[in-house]
Design a protein around this ligand. Sequence first.
Ligand code: ADP
Length: 526
Amino acid sequence: MYRVACTDRVDQLRSTAVKVLFVTPECYPLVKTGGLADVTGALPLAVAPYGVDARVLLPAYPGVRDQLTGAEMVAALPDLFGGEGALVAGTAGNGLRVLLVAAPHLYERGGGGPYLGPDGHDWPDNHLRFAALSWVGAQLADGLLPDWRPDVVHLHDWQAALTAAYLRFGRSHPAKSSGKKPARAVAAPVVADPVRPATLLTIHNLAFQGLFGAHLLPTLGLPPAALDVDGMEYWGNLSFLKAGVQWCDAVSTVSPTYAREVLTPEQGMGFDGVLRARPDRLIGIANGIDDTVWNPATDPDVVAHYSARRLVAKAANKTALQTELGLDARPDAALFCVVSRLTTQKGLDLLLGALPRLLAAGGQLAVLGSGDRELEDGFRRAAEQHHGRVAVHVGYDEPLSHRMQAGADAIIVPSRFEPCGLTQLYGLRYGTLPVVARVGGLADTVIDANGAALRDGVATGFQFSPVDVGPLAEAIERACDLFADPLAWQRVVKRAMTREVGWGVAAGAYVELYERLVARRSPVAT
Ligand code: ADP
């Protein structure tokens, strides 16, 4: 694996001036379904102090363009997988420089967020929707904009990964369609200099591989050679993610432990062999959080502001949350929360199994999430059976997620696998102690409150392993025991709140990686 010194080297690297294009299907605050958006919304700003000029390319889903200031069309995108589009540049509310692929035939639809149609299933043309995003990424890499060409193209997850295939093979266009002239024709991208941008793929979750039928390859404009077993072929299908893994100069995952786990057959989800073939290209960099958005001392969504030094105000948030959710307003009950997609990955079926022991230990549970119907129903039933002690809010609610973090005493993250995880980091920042499975980024970011760690004053939460009902219940009981000793609990809370969870360290590691990739990028083969 690459070794990157995780030191804060702002001064040393300040003169970097590397131009980086982020290609991503979502980005906070414009559009978010999960942690990927938090990362692509925060990392480009976090690397700016190092001199990195980062821009973020994403689709213009409904309402996204309206959130930009100074939005203007900067290039036409003719022949964009069944229609015409345009590239729009603007600035998001947090100062992020954004490029949008505006293509009404692909992105201006209702439905359930960026990926799902109104029936809750993937849009049937998702391969074209994200091929288009990737194709525009490749064009920008090849010099589409005369005044801004990236040195590094940083791809995020399968939806962006096909960029690497287009950079390798180009794209063959279907026969010209309507004959109608685009508003402003774009010259075929010309590689103005012999050096192609370096490419980096970040895998936020290996479970999402962008699998589609192999027969769709021609519609993507890629040649049969792309479907080689050493290409993007995956058990008879084609995988967008594999294209990125095969053809990017480097691959990163969002924590060091996950980078090791994906090399094993148990956690590699069929990709371990491909990743093991070139382990020197793989690196794990743990995510940070945007501590301007997630700061209990300034958070506009919380009832009472607090900090590690003014902890007493956290109690008002707890009472307010209990009242809001219909829980008994008891300060002495340890209030556990969950803010999560409700899926098997997140291990929340285990929490349903451990619930009797959580309640027997005197705890309360508040759940915010949506996903699998069975889990939603399971938590709804639990809330009915244990009125006043269990509450569930099914849905996606960003402000409520802040109030949960501020009001709860602990946050439970029992994931079966977790590339990094962000909610445990928000928990640390908000003094809401994480109870986590010892996997992936959860293992990297929480220090278990065992006897030695408590004595040394380094504990920040509770870990359990193996990932099962019994160990989870034990960790919850340990948390309840510690909660019963207010001074000991407060010491751990203060330690958690002062632990560095911002982007400082990770941003430095990414900048080093960008520089390393730029230094070794190779001339374009002719
Ligand atoms: P993943 O990306 O796998 O879903 P992460 O922990 O990396 O998990 O990131 C999840 C992000 O989505 C966090 O910012 C979390 O607060 C947010 N989130 C998840 N579910 C909800 C919800 N129901 N309402 C509000 N925010 C949510």
